[in-house]
Ligand binder design. Structure first.
Ligand SMILES: *[C@@H]1O[C@H](CO)[C@@H](O)[C@H](O)[C@H]1NC(C)=O
Ligand SMILES: *[C@@H]1O[C@H](CO)[C@@H](O)[C@H](O)[C@H]1NC(C)=O
Ligand SMILES: *[C@@H]1O[C@H](CO)[C@@H](O)[C@H](O)[C@H]1NC(C)=O
Length: 610
């Protein structure tokens, strides 16, 4: 037999009838698939904005805008944190020890397995809140804590691996049930524990700064990491306190005869600007804004440090610019440590945070339902807000100091027009300082004309009938709008109510862009990155117009808005799921059970060290 040259050989193969049909078929199929892919892309795919665009020259106006820098910094900070994600129990336990100076609590391995099972993003920093909240408890007597937790009127109790809600909830919101259901999900993996819960909207614990500082000091001095053979996993349990049935412990409560601001600033550090600043004596004058305001937490007028921006101790002017300080709807506060869990609090309150009960409901008013809204290009370029006139009690001499009332007035074209034609301000707000902010509409005096088209906002309910007739001179009640319809707009401002707004999670999960100002801390704060997942606003709202103008005024701004909206939505599908709230509370209750135990210093998980 002769031998073929290479060329002849390959020709042969092509001509070989056993080879060529399948080859050509594969090529045709590949080409066809590619075509289908292209068509599908153009038809169904709305290309997501991605950050490289931010670096390209998209218009001189936005190239050097401070918001660009803030977005880029946010992205870097987020990725830096995320690079410390734990994928196995050994890494997770080591990172725990490095961050907390203790062994993880018993049951940590089961908890971590549950996190793996639902593909949760576990970064130690995402749980910092738990340790901020629990630190002082390590310096308090466990028997006393247990007995006070046990005797509170509303308690989620875990016994024999079952959770029950204990308390009279007749005529009240269903929070006890919602939280009990959440805990029941993993109760079989918990030691016996009592979780007493706050049934008011407003937080109730304000321990003076000095007292907290002493406890935090003591915790640090006593913190130990015993060698593995000395570590136990046996909780003592709650049989003793169950048998003792302690009477309800009631500390002294301060009521509405006190001004909340005066109670609150006692919890501020002596070197903070708000310490020793007294509540306003007279609210009749228009709301006052700090002049030449360059707070350390801002970069060129925009919020750069979210933690500081929500801290009233840093902002004495909030005494006259937030309803929680002007006059809360209800006030019942103590300066003693009693164990209490709640959905939100001021950074200076001493409650232990859990996800707000409203985040656990299927109620579409809060959750926004199943659909995240239309894609960005189908949305109206405008801002929408609906809600109650909550967030403080409105009186004829105080209404203009309330934060929600300010937000709505700032987005009311009639009011804005009055400001533009008059003194540059109304009772509730001032026009932005154009030496600090780039606000073309303010400069050109076209704010009112712009707002008229751009904003669709208003209160749906002012107050119980007859309680605030005077207010209708300034506001009208308008038709409510389901969340689904709100998601048809690009911009969703979010403002505190009597405490946190409870809609933030829904807004984040939507395809629209949330813009948020708050003084209330929540469980999820350490896992969200402002300027990457939402737009942070100052509590004065002085950055509101300039931010909205940036995001709606150019193609580059629109891309940036969409970038944040989509990143926020994708991220919330990863770290704000029901599973994530469950994991947060699970871990918190392991810690709480340990801190309530006589043997708390030797309880731990050391399985990875053996
Ligand atoms: C929880 O309580 C239910 C009903 O009382 C009971 O059937 C179940 O066995 C309990 N679960 C555990 C783990 O004890
Ligand atoms: C932000 O502010 C907080 C509270 O004032 C402070 O502890 C923290 O170090 C600041 N973070 C940065 C990155 O500056
Ligand atoms: C807007 O402001 C005007 C003037 O204060 C007021 O009459 C009107 O009711 C306000 N609109 C809404 C929706 O609150």
């Amino acid at each position: 037999m002769g031998r073929y040259t290479d060329a002849q050989f390959s020709q042969l193969r092509v001509l070989d009838p056993r080879v060529w049909p399948s080859r050509i078929l594969i090529r045709y199929l590949a080409a066809l698939l590619f075509l289908v892919f292209l068509i599908a892309n153009f038809t169904f795919w709305d290309p997501p904005f991605d950050l490289p665009e931010l670096h390209s020259p998209l218009g001189r106006d936005t190239d050097h805008h401070p918001i660009r820098k803030l977005i880029n910094d946010a992205r870097a900070a987020h990725h830096e944190k995320l690079s410390r994600r734990s994928h196995n129990i050994n890494d997770a336990a080591q990172r725990y020890r490095a961050a907390r100076g203790r062994h993880p609590p018993p049951g940590f391995d089961r908890w971590f397995q549950a996190a793996l099972d639902c593909d949760a993003v576990i970064v130690e920093d995402y749980f910092d809140r738990i340790y901020k909240d629990l630190t002082p408890w390590w310096a308090l007597d466990p028997a006393t804590i247990k007995s006070r937790a046990h005797s509170w009127p509303w308690v989620v109790r875990v016994r024999d691996g079952n959770a029950t809600g204990d308390g009279n909830t007749e005529g009240r919101v269903p929070w006890l049930q919602l939280w009990t259901d959440l805990v029941q999900d993993f109760a079989e993996h918990l030691p016996e524990v009592d979780m007493p819960i706050n049934y008011m909207d407003e937080p109730r614990l304000l321990v003076p700064f000095q007292k907290v500082a002493e406890l935090v000091d003591q915790e640090q001095r006593e913190r130990v990491m015993p060698s593995p053979e000395l570590v136990t996993t046996q909780f003592e349990g709650l049989a003793k306190v169950d048998a003792a049935k302690p009477d309800k412990y009631d500390p002294t409560w301060s009521g509405p005869d006190k001004q909340y601001w005066n109670l609150a600033v006692k919890a501020c550090s002596p070197d903070s600007p708000a310490h020793a600043v007294k509540a306003m004596a007279d609210y009749r004058a228009p709301a006052q804004f700090p002049p030449n305001y360059h707070p350390p937490y801002a970069y060129q007028g925009y919020v750069a440090n979210w933690t500081a921006a929500m801290d009233p101790c840093e902002q004495p002017h909030l005494r006259g610019l937030h309803g929680s300080f002007v006059e809360p709807i209800s006030l019942s506060s103590t300066d003693e440590f009693i164990p209490l869990f709640g959905g939100s609090k001021l950074p200076i309150n001493n409650e232990i945070l859990i996800p707000g009960a409203m985040y656990l409901t299927d109620d579409e008013f809060y959750s926004g339902g199943d659909s995240p809204g239309p894609k960005w290009s189908k949305k109206k370029t405008g801002v929408v807000w609906r809600g109650d006139a909550s967030g403080g009690r409105a009186r004829p001499q105080t209404w203009h100091h309330l934060h929600r009332h300010r937000l709505i007035d700032m987005l009311n074209a009639t009011s804005v027009e009055a400001a533009e034609q008059g003194q540059g301000r109304t009772m509730t707000f001032e026009l932005p300082d154009t030496s600090l902010y780039d606000s073309p509409h303010t400069v050109q005096r076209t704010l009112a004309a712009w707002i008229r088209d751009f904003a669709d906002v208003g209160f749906v309910r002012m107050c119980p009938p007859g309680e605030c007739d005077f207010i209708f001179e300034h506001y009208s009640e308008i038709e409510s709008k389901p969340m689904q319809e709100q998601y048809e707009y690009k911009f969703l401002p979010d403002a505190d109510g009597n405490s946190f707004s409870a809609r933030f999670r829904g807004f984040l999960r939507s395809t629209s862009l949330p813009l948020k100002a708050t003084i209330y801390a929540e469980w999820h704060d350490d896992r969200l990155t402002p300027w990457l997942h939402f737009v942070p606003l100052d509590n004065t709202f002085r950055d509101l117009y300039p931010a909205l103008e940036f995001f709606s005024g150019s193609r580059a701004g629109d891309r940036a808005a969409r970038f944040i909206a989509e990143h926020g939505q994708r991220w919330s599908e990863k770290v704000l799921r029901h599973e994530d709230m469950r994991l947060y509370v699970w871990r918190l209750l392991l810690e709480w059970a340990r801190v309530c135990d006589q043997n708390r210093h030797s309880l731990g998980y050391v399985g990875d060290l053996k």
